[in-house]
Design a protein around this ligand. Structure first.
Ligand SMILES: C[S@@+](CC[C@H](N)C(=O)[O-])C[C@H]1O[C@@H](n2cnc3c(N)ncnc32)[C@H](O)[C@@H]1O
Length: 306
């Protein structure tokens, strides 16, 4: 048996995602496509355009993308699915955007096995030991940084990928432990690995935003701001910060923060905020996502600076 790999995990997840009942997705898809489409429409065609988390192009209106546009998604089927959906064979990067998932998976795989026999020791002691080790990992988005330094993109779309980093990390770790659910569910005694992965996710999201902000590019970011579990109706009040204060519901809500506490607006504080929206996406029964779209522009005159 081999350690799980990101490509296989994302391919399986994307198949499941596309196989879902999409009957309540229209508003989300319309809003995401309008927002990302505007990013593509106003992009300067003289500079490369990057679409991160491009997937199969469900949310990305590729017909508006300048010829200089490059897709980036580690799912090995994403480019071909984009071709099938949009009739366009786009230059593509198939690498992990965080740059840290291979290290995390290798560490989890080794920790979950006896070094001499390779036999699984999927127990709480190994689980807890991994928590301490994860704290030493630093996802740096090195490939994304290197690519951007070399190609100098003028526009970058982050198409609903940032909220995936933590979910994917968690899934890969679980698979290293043969899918055993060793999470400690007691809220009085928080699971140390849960906390370590939360902190890893925060480091990955910050590194990702840092890599984007390092570029003199117009940034169009769409991401899950929150995931709400349960069937209670939820609406959004007027835009306010923090995002929790915008939620309207009759009773208490069970909400998860896929960005692990990172405040995207605060991270982007040095830039001009040109657009900011939130909306509700009913992804599946019992699962509602609060989506956020943010456009931040580079300081005037920097878009094509060399
Ligand atoms: C919610 S889907 C986005 C769908 C896509 N925007 C579309 O229009 O179809 C998230 C995408 O991010 C990709 N992804 C998740 N984590 C990634 C990572 N660490 N590096 C690269 N791609 C990743 C997945 O393969 C998936 O296609």
């Amino acid at each position: 048996m081999k350690a799980p790999r990101l490509a296989g995990d994302l391919a399986a997840e994307q198949r499941a995602f596309l196989g879902r009942n999409r009957s309540r997705w229209e508003e989300h898809l319309a809003r995401a496509r309008t927002f990302l489409g505007e990013g593509l429409r106003v992009a300067d065609p003289r500079a490369p355009v990057l679409v991160l988390g491009a997937g199969s192009g469900l949310e990305v209106p590729w017909r508006l993308a300048p010829p200089s546009t490059v897709g980036w998604d580690a799912d090995p089927w994403s480019r071909i699915r984009t071709l099938l959906r949009h009739g366009r064979l786009v230059p593509w990067m198939f690498l992990d955007l965080t740059g840290g998932l291979a290290d995390l998976t290798d560490l989890a795989w080794r920790t979950a096995r006896q070094p001499w026999s390779g036999r699984l020791r999927a127990n709480r002691a190994a689980w807890r030991r991994l928590a301490g080790l994860v704290d030493t990992l630093e996802p740096r988005c090195a490939t994304l940084r290197a690519w951007s330094r070399e190609h100098r993109p003028g526009t970058i779309l982050a198409a609903n990928v940032m909220g995936q980093f933590g979910v994917v990390a968690r899934r890969l770790v679980e698979r290293c432990f043969a899918g055993l659910q060793l999470w400690d569910q007691d809220p009085e005694d928080p699971d140390p690995l849960d906390q370590a992965l939360h902190a890893w996710t925060a480091r990955a999201v910050r590194a990702f935003l840092g890599a984007l902000l390092e570029c003199a590019a117009d940034l169009w970011l769409v991401h899950d701001r929150a995931v709400i579990f349960g069937d209670a109706p939820v609406t959004l009040g007027p835009m306010t910060e923090p995002w929790m204060a915008q939620l309207r519901a009759d009773g208490p809500l069970e909400a998860a923060d896929p960005l692990a506490g990172v405040d995207v607006l605060r991270e982007c504080a040095g830039r001009a905020l040109a657009a900011h929206q939130r909306w509700i996406w009913p992804v599946a029964p019992g699962q509602i996502h609060v989506m956020e779209a943010i456009r931040v522009q580079p300081p005037a005159g920097r878009i094509l600076e060399s």
